[in-house]
Design a protein around this ligand. Structure first.
Ligand code: GH3
Ligand code: MG
Ligand code: MG
Length: 470
């Protein structure tokens, strides 16, 4: 029921947009060109050249889109429609013999122009119908390369056949040539007025109805396709209302053809923009996943080491780099008593405390199960000790109630600090020293911070105990 309502809303929107855009186009056209006005003879071939280029662009877009995943076979029917149309427009251009040299020509073969136009329209409408049918059968896309080749061969053969027929029925082949326009008087013959124009109106109308029913205008692409069909129906109506083949209606028709093709091109450009935006977001997402730990969303071990290597390269007494390694105290007991899920919540809680305690340029990482590391840029040892101490106290202060049950009971953490003031040590060696300081904290009672100090000759290793020991 809701689907039906949205479908109707979409149709209403489509017809409203069509009405507004077509009225605006008509006003724009009439403000540029007035009926009865003498028009430059090369205007029509010039408009045809623009249309030809736009049709080649649409065909190119369609082929590229199809080649992206080779799933949307219906795009190739549209690609053939626009390619065939562009080739037939070359035939139209050859009806204006001197257009290329910009000579004003009086020898225009209007009959050939309308023959190419007729075959072009039949071919495009039929290929649009094929495309709609292929769109309706998405399962066909999965049928494999052989099936795609078979369908593609059919589409291409049909396009070539229509090109051949257009050629055979034009003045290039006097045996079959039909007369749709009298080249002397430039008036349409009854064969055009009473038959072909109606056939084309019927074919495009059928295409439009099918497109609306099958695609339900589910995407901007089909929306622009429906607008294209509407403009082509309108084109035929303009031509029917005019009796002269070199008249105002031809220019009007070509203007609408060009505008509707431009509409498709803008839709495709929007599609590309959308795809680019989408892939950019996916890239950013996957990059974040690659550098972050899934449980805590802190940075992971490898990102921590990579950043540490970069920072150590520029470390100096003026630009010290501090590393803090932390490990939760008696965490096995938490897991054993409350289960792993609760243990995970504890790890997440600690991660939040760590992340909140550092600046934007610093790195908070999870480097093991319940082991964390902080990289504090431009931070001397005494400041790193203050940061670590603040974190230790924050964690120790919380209990189940104050942590909203993230912690099942109060917990503590042991931390070791090492500060590098040169690039003499590797990243691994720096972390090892902070780690040793942290183990010293464990050995000396846990829930404390120890700053690593260079061993003095008289001592095995020199350790500066946490503030609690001070
Ligand atoms: P100590 O004070 O000496 O550090 O004692 P401890 O019990 O914390 O010992 P240790 O640091 O060796 O314990 C690590 C425990 O962390 C072992 C393992 O069960 C647990 N652990 C590791 N990764 C995870 C995890 O992702 N989730 C949970 N829930 N537990 C983890
Ligand atoms: Mg541990
Ligand atoms: Mg531990």
């Amino acid at each position: 029921m809701t689907d039906k309502k949205y479908g109707l809303q979409r149709y209403f929107l489509f017809f409203a947009i069509c009405f507004i855009v077509i009225t605006l186009l008509e006003l724009a056209f009439k403000s540029m060109i007035h009926a009865g006005q003498d028009l430059p003879p090369l205007l029509f071939p010039a408009m045809t050249i623009f249309l030809l280029i736009f049709h080649i662009m649409v065909a190119g877009f369609m082929v590229m889109k199809y080649l992206c995943d080779k799933q949307h076979l219906y795009l190739m029917a549209i690609a053939c429609a626009f390619t065939g149309s562009a080739v037939m427009m070359l035939g139209t251009l050859s009806s204006f013999p001197d257009w290329f040299l910009c000579h004003t020509t009086t020898l225009v073969n209007y009959n050939d122009a309308i023959i190419f136009f007729t075959f072009r329209n039949i071919m495009m409408a039929v290929l649009f119908i094929v495309s709609i049918v292929l769109f309706r059968q998405p399962k066909w896309a999965a049928r494999g390369a052989l099936f795609h080749t078979f369908i593609l061969s059919g589409i291409i053969t049909f396009t070539l056949l229509m090109l051949l027929l257009a050629y055979l029925y034009s003045s290039y082949n006097p045996i079959l040539s039909v007369s749709l326009v009298d080249n002397e008087t430039h008036t349409f013959t009854p064969l055009w007025n009473d038959f072909f124009s109606w056939v084309l109106i019927a074919t495009w109308s059928l295409t439009l109805v099918l497109l609306l029913r099958v695609t339900r205008l589910c995407s901007t692409f089909w929306f622009s396709g429906a607008f294209f069909c509407t403009c082509y129906i309108l084109t035929m109506i303009f031509l029917l209302s005019d009796h002269n083949s070199d008249g105002f209606a031809w220019y009007q028709a070509r203007f609408f053809e060009t505008s509707s093709t431009l509409f498709i091109i803008f839709t495709l450009l929007y599609d590309i923009f959308h795809l680019y935006q989408d892939s950019q977001n996916k890239y950013l997402d996957s990059y974040q996943n690659a550098i972050r730990d899934p449980l805590t969303r802190l940075h992971n071990r490898s990102y921590f080491y990579d950043t540490l290597v970069k920072n150590l390269a520029v470390a100096s007494p003026m630009q010290p780099v501090s590393v803090i390694v932390s490990d939760l105290d008696r965490f096995k007991r938490i897991n054993d008593t409350y289960g792993h899920l609760q243990g995970d919540k504890v790890i997440q809680f600690v991660a939040t405390v760590l992340q909140d305690a550092v600046r934007i340029d610093d790195i908070a990482a999870r480097i093991g199960g319940e082991e964390f590391a902080l990289l504090l840029v431009n931070t001397p040892a005494q400041n790193a000790l203050i940061v670590a101490e603040r974190i230790r106290q924050t964690i120790a202060q919380h209990d189940a109630a104050s942590s909203q049950q993230q912690l099942p009971e109060a917990i503590t953490i042991s931390m070791g600090v090492y500060t590098a003031t040169s690039d003499a040590l590797t990243a691994e060696a720096c972390v090892e020293r902070a780690d040793k300081a942290m183990y010293q904290a464990k050995q000396t009672g846990r829930n404390r911070v120890v700053v690593w100090e260079e061993p003095r000759p008289s001592q095995g290793s020199a350790i500066n105990l946490s503030p609690e020991a001070q």
